[in-house]
Every structure is written in structure tokens, then in C-alpha cells.
Ligand binder design. Structure first.
Ligand SMILES: C[S@@+](CC[C@H](N)C(=O)[O-])C[C@H]1O[C@@H](n2cnc3c(N)ncnc32)[C@H](O)[C@@H]1O
Length: 307
């Protein structure tokens, strides 16, 4: 590392490493350096986003196991790892109905086996008219008889795991100014119903030409609530599956530092556009790949077959 790199690394609030999370080391993100993780791992072979990205479900679970062990290493004691995920319906071979994979249950099991405490699960509910879902519920309308029921999914889970017990003395020792600026607005919390296990939040709508096209980005409101609820101003938030950089963007807006890991080099320009060059340090590591164009070509091909 050159002396200039050391200087720039210290002065930039956002840092992104392009590489495979499975190979992340403490040279990039040090042990215990992170106060909160907010992330959405790729959805196993999701037809609209990651068709055939993983050779098997077992391979996918291997990535989630690495995610769990890396999270345990980088998170401070008692701090939170928030995971946005959902079970996934994948069409395979000649099976037109598809097979449902239990990502939420398997991710939970893996994080508990890694030693995390299970703090909570929030259900993120999207608007009922959300246009991107496949309309499976039409089947029972065409065949109004038992066994034809397939509901349309408008929710995802936000799993909250905790890295051991938190020492609340840590808050008492914080400088008064930091504590005051990190105070939670309980009027807003009550008004917007953050206090419940169900959060109604509009998803990122699939508008043509948006910067997050084809990335399965989550809405800014999810990291905004989580960062306010679980970190102090000046602390570091990490997204190991950074995508378009939603978590990092919100972290910066809220006066926190943001680290990200992302495998797909083709997201570099999108991240620069969304986060602003001046705040961002980008480094490449072994294992980075070029994925976006080839995934989008596959999705287009699938769509033209369906039509
Ligand atoms: C669901 S998207 C995250 C979207 C992000 N939350 C946003 O709002 O833009 C998952 C991301 O994980 C990345 N990814 C997949 N495998 C990875 C790996 N092994 N290491 C790091 N990133 C990976 C994908 O390229 C994709 O950008």
C-alpha cells in the first residue's frame, strides 16, 4: 500500500472492496471494527435477478455460512447483523410451478449455529399492487377447487442477529454530543410504526432507466431505520453484498462510515454515481467478477420465452 493510499483511506467515509466475500480478510475489514451490518445476500437463483448464479442450493448455503462467520468476526460485541431475505421460488428443468427454497429458515439456522443470538424478525410488507410479483394467485381463480391455491408474495423478512450480549455501559461512556445526535426520534418511531414487527415500506419500483436496474436493491428506508436504531453517529456500517450501495449511501447521510464488499465489477460505475466519487475509496481484490451484463442477457432471454 502506498503512503497516498493510507492517507485517502483515512479521509474517505465510504470504502468498497470488489471481491468475493468468502475471501475477505482482516486487512480489509478488521476484527470487531463494524457496529452494524445491513445487507441483502443474493436471492438463490432468483429468476428476475440471479438466474443460475449458483450451481446448487448447497453452494448457495456455503456463501451464507461464510457470510455468518465473516459477520461474527467483524462485528463488535453485542452488535447487530440485519439480513433482508426471503424464500425463493425457482423454476427448474421442466417443472413449471417451480420449487420453493426455505432461505429464511436456513439462514436463521446458519447464523444460530455460528453463535449469534436471535434478536428479532421484522416482516417487510410491500404495497399489495406491487407489479413485479408473479401472479400465482390467478391459478385458483381459473380452477376454483381445493389444492389450486398459490398466494402472491408481497413480503420479505428482516432477520436481526446479535453478536453476543451488548454492554449498555458503552452508551453511558459515549461523549454527550454523540449520544445526543444519535438520539432516536420516538415521535417518528410511533407515528411510522417502527415499533412493530411489521414494516410497511414501498419497494424500489422497477422503473426503466433507474440506477438500480437489475440489482434487487432494497429501499433506503430499511437501512435508514436500522442505522438509527442500532448505531451511534460516527460508527461504521458494513454491507457485505453492497449491490448499488443503498446501505452505504444512507450511512453517509446519517453521519456514519460505510464499508462494502461486492463481487460484481460491473457495478462500479453505478456505485460511483449513487455514492459520489469524493466520498468513496474503491479497491479491487482477487475473486471479483463481471456478472451484470451476462445475468441481464439471461433474464431478457427468459422473458422473451415466457411472452
Ligand atoms: C440483493 S443484491 C444487494 C442489493 C443492495 N442491497 C442494494 O440495495 O443495492 C446482492 C449483491 O450481492 C453480490 N454478491 C453475490 N455473491 C457475492 C459474493 N460472493 N461476494 C460479494 N458479493 C456478492 C451480487 O453481485 C449483488 O450485487
Amino acid at each position: 500500500m502506498s503512503p497516498e493510499d493510507v492517507v485517502s483511506q483515512d479521509t474517505k467515509d465510504l470504502r468498497i472492496f470488489f471481491g468475493d466475500l468468502r475471501r475477505m480478510t482482516s486487512r480489509e475489514v478488521a476484527d470487531g471494527e463494524v457496529s452494524l451490518i445491513v445487507s441483502s445476500p443474493p436471492y438463490f437463483n432468483a429468476p428476475f435477478d440471479y438466474p443460475d448464479l449458483f450451481p446448487s442450493y448447497e453452494d448457495y448455503l456455503g456463501l451464507i455460512r461464510s457470510f455468518a462467520s465473516q459477520s461474527r468476526r467483524v462485528l463488535g460485541r453485542g452488535r447487530i447483523c440485519a439480513i433482508v431475505t426471503d424464500d425463493m421460488l425457482v423454476k427448474e428443468g421442466g417443472d413449471s410451478r417451480g420449487r420453493k427454497y426455505p432461505l429464511v429458515a436456513d439462514t436463521t439456522r446458519i447464523f444460530l449455529d455460528e453463535g449469534f443470538l436471535y434478536r428479532d424478525k421484522i416482516t417487510w410488507v410491500k404495497p399489495a399492487g406491487y407489479t413485479r410479483i408473479s401472479r400465482r394467485s390467478g391459478v385458483v381463480l381459473q380452477h376454483p377447487y381445493p389444492m389450486y391455491f398459490y398466494p402472491d408474495n408481497i413480503q420479505e423478512s428482516i432477520l436481526l442477529f446479535q453478536n453476543g450480549e451488548f454492554d449498555y455501559g458503552h452508551l453511558k461512556d459515549a461523549p454527550k454530543k454523540i449520544l445526543e445526535s444519535s438520539k432516536i426520534d420516538t415521535v417518528q418511531l410511533n407515528k411510522e410504526r417502527w415499533n412493530l414487527t411489521v414494516w410497511n415500506i414501498t419497494n424500489v419500483l422497477p422503473m426503466p432507466g433507474r440506477v438500480e436496474e437489475g440489482i434487487a436493491a432494497f429501499p433506503e428506508e430499511i437501512p435508514r431505520r436500522l442505522i438509527k436504531l442500532f448505531t451511534m453517529v460516527g460508527e461504521t456500517v458494513f454491507d457485505p453484498f453492497a449491490g448499488s450501495g443503498t446501505t452505504l449511501k444512507v450511512a453517509l447521510e446519517l453521519g456514519r462510515k460505510g464499508f462494502g464488499y461486492e463481487i460484481d465489477l460491473e457495478l462500479k460505475d453505478i456505485l460511483r454515481e449513487k455514492l459520489g466519487e469524493e466520498n468513496l475509496l474503491i479497491e479491487e481484490r482477487e475473486g471479483a467478477k463481471r456478472l451484470r451484463k451476462s445475468l441481464q442477457t439471461k433474464i431478457q432471454r427468459q422473458r422473451s420465452v415466457v411472452r
